[in-house]
Design a protein around this ligand. Structure first.
Ligand SMILES: [Zn+2]
Length: 377
């Protein structure tokens, strides 16, 4: 009886005993047993039979108290397995459902975690793996260690842009013009405007020593699917991926710039570097253009999910907004947007202590520094 009480208290289903007689099978315990049975999918009768006892016994295990591994044919089960699965899910690993059973899928997720933190990927969770989970537990805020290492790698690779590869992705193209807005005798299309912006960005990045590749030309025969654009960036081993779009809405009052990075909103899994780049792009554009700030957002779109480098998609204003359109059709505005994005990419490679205020990087000066460097080389 005391054991049952201890387990139920440990699961937060029962308030801790306040002394006195605690061996009585009181209504509080029965309620707790019912709640426990419900949470484990057992038949709910409030009594501790053989099946419920077995489940309670498994529920005693605290993560770290024993080594967990994929046992065949009888898999390990227990509350510690569930805690481990929940922890892995939080960090973005695929364990399926947190069902408290240490099956193949959990074992595979553990092996992947081990590989990413530099441990032997044997798929079992012993003291070293537990240690890594604990250490990261304090640091990881919804991000996989792979992504954390990615940010470390970026900071350690130094501030120079020379030799980096940036893939610029002007949205739509071919038979898909994206947003289209007639304007007197003219017709503005998202596909054309974003290709022009991409070319301006390409020129500035190339002047800073960056290798630049566009995902499409000005008039491609067809519109490349997003998955193919991501694959192109992967095959080029790109360091950064930037997709350019404009937004559109039936309400002409909708306006502003928004930047998207990979992530899920329900469990906070996010690409740390993608999110950082998105924040920089968004702030630089808002500071340099005065576009309304529609903030950054996490999305799981193919383009962001399949790219294996920091990737963002910028919606540079609403082509359907008269105010935003007046800006977008002005080549000087597109120059400023291009400069904002170059400044953001540069800042991503600056260590924290060398980061600079938003809007302060003079992109033409950046070019001069790079040119000087090239001469010395
Ligand atoms: Zn678009």
């Amino acid at each position: 009886m005391t054991e049952i009480r201890t387990v139920l208290t440990g699961l937060d289903l029962l308030a801790p005993a306040t002394g006195g007689d605690c061996d009585e099978f009181d209504p509080a315990i029965e309620r707790a047993v019912r709640a426990f049975q419900q949470s484990r999918g057992l038949s709910v009768d409030g009594r501790v039979g053989a099946e419920t006892w077995r489940a309670l016994d498994q529920a005693r295990w605290r993560l770290g108290a024993r080594t967990l591994f994929h046992a065949v044919p009888e898999p390990l089960t227990g509350e510690d397995v569930r805690s481990l699965q929940e922890r892995l899910l939080e960090m973005g690993y695929d364990v399926g459902r947190a069902d408290a059973v240490y099956g193949v899928r959990t074992s595979r997720a553990v092996a992947q975690f081990q590989r990413e933190v530099g441990l032997k990927p044997d798929g079992s969770c012993g003291p070293y793996t537990m240690g890594a989970l604990r250490r990261l537990g304090r640091k990881v805020v919804g991000g996989r260690p792979q992504w954390l290492r990615e940010s470390d790698a970026i900071r350690q690779s130094g501030p120079t842009l020379v030799g980096r590869t940036v893939v610029i992705d002007p949205g739509h193209g071919g038979t898909d013009p994206g947003q289209v807005v007639p304007d007197g005798p003219l017709r503005w299309t998202e596909a054309d405007l974003m290709h022009d912006l991409a070319s301006r960005l390409e020129g500035r990045l190339a002047a800073s020593g960056v290798r630049v590749q566009l995902t499409r030309g000005p008039a491609p025969p067809t519109c490349l699917p997003d998955a193919d654009r991501a694959e192109l960036a992967n095959s080029l081993g790109a360091d950064v991926f930037i997709s350019l779009h404009t937004d559109g809405h039936a309400n002409p009052a909708a306006e502003g710039v928004a930047t998207y990075h990979y992530g899920t909103t329900d469990n906070g899994v996010t690409s740390a570097t993608g999110e950082r780049l998105a924040g920089l792009v968004q702030r630089e554009i808002v500071a340099r253009t005065g576009l309304r700030d529609c903030r950054t957002h996490a999305k799981t779109w193919d383009l962001l999910r399949l790219t294996r480098m920091p990737a963002v998609r910028v919606e540079v204003g609403y082509l359907t907004s008269p105010a935003d359109r007046a800006r977008l059709v002005d080549p000087r505005f597109r120059d400023r947007v291009a400069e904002a994005i170059v400044a953001a990419v540069q800042r991503m490679y600056l260590p924290d202590e060398r980061d600079v205020p938003t809007g302060s990087i003079d992109v033409s000066e950046l070019r001069a520094v790079v040119t000087a460097g090239t001469v010395v080389d």
